[in-house]
Design a protein around this ligand. Structure first.
Ligand SMILES: Nc1ncnc2c1ncn2[C@@H]1O[C@H](COP(=O)(O)OP(=O)(O)O)[C@@H](O)[C@H]1O
Ligand SMILES: [Mg+2]
Length: 234
């Protein structure tokens, strides 16, 4: 579903540019749960942003569902970003003075859903992260773990096939972090493809495949022992 071929991403120009990715080739199949680790500055976030259409490669090709993304219009990129990919940030990125409901509603603002379908989608997403009781509370009254669960609900509300999470447990205590990871594990079992960037080995072990990065390159890519890997497809 995701095929990167010798992708480079250079920030800034020419000789002085920062080569954040230096020829990354990576294929992710539908249904996978991939963890990406590596030192700070190794290009993990850059890679996740490219995959999520938040950024574009400087060189190399990115095929999404078999199509070269270089041929996509801005509107197509925006539509895929909205419908196919949910992104979860380390810092949650919620609107603190808005309610849980309103935060989760944000990706649906431009959708053509009937108001009742919209409400049902929001309630289902909030239910799936276990926060129904907090639906009408303001986001800034929640704990860090609850905020991240709201962010996951917001990522889920358009029913994306892929969820990309950039250090989603980085600002959380271990108990809330484990709750967030259990939710991601369940979403993967329900069929969502998960691509997770993390610093923590125990968090990475939720994945069924571990990619490590170093200096803008993939240093290793291996299956994690003890996990089944049935039901994958291009
Ligand atoms: N917007 C940017 N402008 C310039 N350099 C950047 C930008 N974003 C990231 N970089 C640089 O690219 C490299 C890779 O960054 P990043 O992908 O954020 O790494 P990681 O997520 O693994 O810590 C780092 O050296 C970083 O400083
Ligand atoms: Mg990063």
């Amino acid at each position: 579903m995701i095929e990167l071929q010798t992708v480079e991403r250079v920030y800034g120009d020419g000789a002085l540019g920062m080569r954040a990715l230096q020829g990354v080739s990576l294929t992710v199949l539908s249904g996978e749960f991939v963890s990406i680790m590596g030192p700070s500055g190794s290009g993990k976030s850059t890679l996740l942003h490219l995959v999520s259409f938040l950024d574009t490669p400087t060189r190399g090709t990115y095929r999404f569902r078999g199509r070269d993304t270089a041929t996509f219009s801005d509107a197509e990129r925006a539509a895929i970003r909205n419908k196919e990919i949910g992104f979860v940030f380390q810092a949650f990125n919620l609107l603190g003075r808005m309610s849980v409901y309103e935060n989760v509603e944000l990706p649906l603002l431009y959708s053509s859903l009937h108001p009742e379908e919209r409400r049902a989608a929001i309630e289902a997403a909030v239910l799936s992260v276990g926060l129904t009781e907090k639906l009408h509370l303001k986001a800034n009254t929640l704990s860090g773990g609850e905020k991240q669960r709201v962010a996951i609900a917001r990522a889920l509300v358009c029913k994306p096939s892929i969820i990309c999470a950039d250090e989603p447990t980085g600002n959380l205590d271990s108990v809330s972090g484990a709750q967030v990871m259990e939710i991601l594990r369940r979403l993967n079992e329900e069929g969502h493809t998960i691509i997770l960037v993390t610093h923590e080995t125990y968090t990475a072990r939720y994945g069924r495949r571990l990619v490590t990065m170093k200096d803008g390159r993939i240093a290793s890519d291996e299956r994690v022992a003890g996990h089944a890997s049935a039901g994958l497809s291009k």
